[in-house]
Design a protein around this ligand. Structure first.
Ligand code: SGN
Ligand code: CA
Length: 522
């Protein structure tokens, strides 16, 4: 810390001297670089499959794509633990879950530990977090915080605004964006560089669209993923999950079939939760909702679907609502980017777009996340550094890399205990990541909702080795080049012995490097 302060003082004095005397122009440049603002936009459960910069099959997201077009799209971006709270804790600390202590969503984040907002704040930044927080304890390291309670609601959400609880009328994505623009415009200290964490609740389950987006995608039919009817052969943990569209996606809660006649029934608990979400809306919201979903309900009843036809109807309905929610996110991302441009802030703001993890859009027959399989291990990551590189970067990057990236962008020395690597050289188009030939993953939340067993593993650019443990002891090995959909577990097959041994050794090395020796298994 002493070192950091000294560095900051040097930078400030350079800029003062440089402003008065021209020969110090070099120092002045350093000071300007050090004052880079940071806008860190994150959504909750936004799959890369539904961002057109990544994948054009389902939706066009022109505003999110603006960040990709003027910056870097990371083609191999991953999380360390595919769940909200843990992922956020990894990002704040730059450390894996075991080290930062927030291993699953039942934890309380230890806000006394080092985080990047704290370091930025201590070095003259004005910091804020607006929207989803999900770390249970009061945010530390922020000059301003206005956060949703827990998961938050789509309609008329309740916030804790700098310690005071208040409900706001309207739709969460719009409100969160309004609050962010208000903070940028009139609340923050304009003399300081800023770091804003703009973290949306959307598109988390139950994918409730804004009233203006109900009509979108109604006539669209989406292709089923190739492995939609996966039978999980050779993958015991995948077979044991409870996140299948066919079996676990609820008609009333997830698919909004809370009919007025009370004829459609699903899981008792989820049905009640679905009806409660509807009850939270005001009369205008309910009228718009009914004008759309009553037609869907009538159509559903008339069809009398069963078996695969019912499953496929659920999939289409899920996709439509999810994509409507994404449309609202994209529109609101556009509002913030426009604001930056209007104020000239696009010239000195690093803009980041990501999600707390990926999400299944029917691959393996699923919704939700948690597994180390590609769709949920990956997460979208777009970064636009003013004057920086543009294009696609294929390095293996992970969410523990965000904290060091932000610190370096702010001209702050990266503390030695941070486990991630700064991506700033990649954003400047200068270099590759040193010593990053594999990624480590560890998921802890079990037994819990969706019943995804505990597992840790390693991914190189070609192979993935996973160990499911706790009430199971099963290894899985995938050759991602020959089997990108991870349908064929080749662990234990003849000819894989040496590869397996090498990967196990590499996994153990990563576990040692990240302080997880206790989890090393043969
Ligand atoms: C809620 C959801 C789950 C989801 C978890 C974790 N159920 O519990 O489907 O997996 O959040 O999501 S719900 O009935 O409350 O919608 S996370 O992204 O916040 O970690
Ligand atoms: Ca999430």
């Amino acid at each position: 810390m002493a070192q950091i302060k000294e560095k900051m003082l040097k930078t400030i004095s350079c800029s003062l001297v440089g402003a008065a005397v021209l020969p110090f122009a070099g120092c002045q440049k350093k000071a300007e670089e050090a004052r880079m603002n940071i806008l860190f936009i994150m959504c909750d459960d936004h799959s890369y499959q539904t961002i057109s910069a990544y994948d054009t099959r389902f939706i066009s997201t022109p505003n999110i794509d603006r960040i990709a077009n003027d910056g870097v799209r990371f083609a191999n971006s991953f999380v360390a633990n595919s769940l909200s709270g843990p992922s956020r804790a990894c990002m704040l600390t730059g450390k894996h879950s075991h080290t930062n202590g927030f291993t699953d969503n039942t934890r309380q984040f230890d806000g006394t530990q080092q985080t990047f907002p704290k370091l930025l704040q201590a070095n003259g930044y004005e910091t804020a977090v607006i929207g989803k927080w999900h770390l249970a304890t009061t945010p530390t390291g922020f000059d301003h915080w206005d956060i949703l309670i827990g998961q938050g609601y789509y309609y008329n959400p309740v916030f804790i605004s700098n310690g005071k609880e208040l409900q706001r009328q309207g739709y969460a994505t719009n409100i969160t964006t309004d609050l962010a623009i208000e903070w940028l415009d009139s609340i923050r200290n304009q003399e300081k560089p800023f770091c804003l964490l703009l973290h949306h609740k959307a598109p988390h389950r139950t994918w409730m669209p804004d009233t203006c987006d109900f009509d979108l995608f109604s006539d669209s039919t989406f292709p089923l993923p190739a492995n939609f009817y996966d039978n999980y052969e050779g993958r015991q943990a995948a077979a044991a999950q409870e996140m299948s569209i066919a079996r676990d996606m609820d008609l009333v809660y997830d698919l909004k079939l809370a009919d007025k006649e009370n004829e459609i029934h699903s899981s008792k608990e989820l049905e009640a939760m679905g009806r409660e979400l509807y009850a939270r809306m005001d009369s205008a919201q309910k009228a718009a909702w009914d004008a759309h979903y009553d037609k869907v309900i009538a159509d559903f009843k008339a069809r009398g679907l069963t078996g695969d036809a019912l499953t496929e109807w659920k999939y289409q309905q899920y996709m439509r609502d999810y994509l409507r929610v994404i449309t609202s996110i994209d529109r609101n991302v556009g509002r913030v980017l426009d604001y930056l441009e209007e104020k000239g802030l696009d010239k000195n703001t690093l803009v980041v777009y990501t999600s707390d993890q990926g999400f299944y859009m029917g691959e393996h027959g699923w919704f939700d996340k948690r597994f180390m399989y590609e769709e949920s291990f990956r997460t979208p990551l777009l970064m636009r550094l003013p004057g920086g590189a543009k294009g696609i970067n294929s390095e293996l990057v992970q969410n523990i890399d965000y904290a060091p990236t932000f610190l370096e962008a702010a001209g702050i020395e990266i503390p030695a205990d941070i486990q991630g690597e700064s991506l700033l050289p990649l954003l400047k188009g200068e270099a590759e990541l040193e010593g990053r030939d594999a990624l480590y993953y560890h998921y802890f939340e079990y037994p819990a909702e969706h019943m995804v067993k505990r597992h840790h593993g390693i991914r190189t650019d070609r192979y993935k080795l996973i160990h499911f443990y706790n009430d199971i002891d099963v290894w899985e090995l995938y050759d991602l080049q020959n089997d990108p959909n991870e349908m064929n577990n080749i662990y234990g097959q003849e000819g894989t012995e040496q590869l397996t041994q090498e990967l196990k050794q590499q996994l153990a090395e990563l576990q040692k490097r990240y302080g997880e020796e206790e989890y090393i298994t043969e």
